[in-house]
Design a protein around this ligand. Structure first.
Ligand code: KIV
Length: 263
């Protein structure tokens, strides 16, 4: 299996071949996911909730992220490894550069930042230093307190227009990928068509370039009520390995997400 690079994700977009992404936090699951052909592994700050038992991602530290990124890297996977910049790790430009560098040294191939067009300068500075970025837009869980809950974003025309415009500004600033969480499927499609970099969706409909899920959610291991965009692939397949393969296959064939997973 050849290693997945950013160029490979761009090629998938150009050939309209959707790719699959999953969160991974340790070497064992990273290896199983990579062997199942999952193209992108995200060392997500969701680890604060699914591993550490916190009520949100806000408690996750840079030490946590560097540790789990190194664990995933040690698996020697074929997948592209993306690592999350945790809450307030980009509080100023020097913190952003230092902390992104730390995740890259731990083995990440790309860092993910939550925010919108205000991140453009940081994205540009990172790109100049050879650090590719994925900007996570729409429902950004680190802003749960500002949103007043985990709510669908971009439902009205003004909000939707703003998200499209800001995604364009981030692509122009040099972002490598946009990740859109919890937006109407129509907006997912509009953002995808407005920019020329890969768009990954989670609850953003089927018409984006890649899909991502939190691993625990798609294995039915979420103790709380799963969000609408989640499908339990373990229930219908029986083993973790086959659940990962079924997810990859469903994404590639655009049978996931189905209408019941969309807003
Ligand atoms: O941290 C995470 O797992 C994420 C996904 C929800 C995209 O950001």
């Amino acid at each position: 299996m050849t290693r997945i690079t950013i160029a490979a994700l761009r090629a998938r977009r150009e050939t309209n071949t959707p790719f699959s992404c999953l969160t991974a936090y340790d070497a064992t699951f990273a290896r199983i996911a990579s062997d199942a052909g999952i193209e992108v592994l995200l060392v997500g700050d969701s680890l604060g909730m699914v591993l550490q038992g916190h009520p949100s991602t806000l408690q996750v530290t840079m030490d946590d992220m560097a540790y789990h990124t190194a664990c995933v890297t040690r698996a020697g996977v074929h997948s592209l490894i993306m690592a999350d910049m945790p809450f307030m790790s980009n509080a100023c430009m020097s913190a952003l550069l230092e902390n992104a560098g730390r995740l890259m040294r731990a083995g990440a191939h790309m860092v993910k930042l939550e925010g919108e067009a205000w991140l453009a300068e940081g994205v540009r500075e990172l790109a100049l230093r050879g650090i590719p970025t994925c900007v996570h837009m729409g429902l950004t869980p680190q802003s749960v307190n500002a949103f007043g809950g985990y709510k669908v974003q971009g439902r009205d025309a003004v909000q939707a227009e703003r998200i499209i415009k800001e995604a364009q500004q981030l692509a122009d600033a040099g972002a490598a990928v946009i990740l859109l969480e919890c937006v109407p499927a129509q907006l997912g499609r509009a953002v995808r068509n407005a920019i020329d970099i890969p768009v990954i969706g989670i609850g953003a409909g089927p018409d984006v370039d890649g899909q991502i899920l939190v691993m625990h959610d798609m294995l039915g291991a979420n103790v709380s009520r799963p969000p609408r965009f989640v499908k339990d692939f373990l229930k219908e397949t029986g083993t973790i390995e086959s659940a990962f393969k079924a997810y990859r296959e469903a994404v590639a064939q655009r049978s996931f997400p189905a209408s019941e997973h969309c807003f």
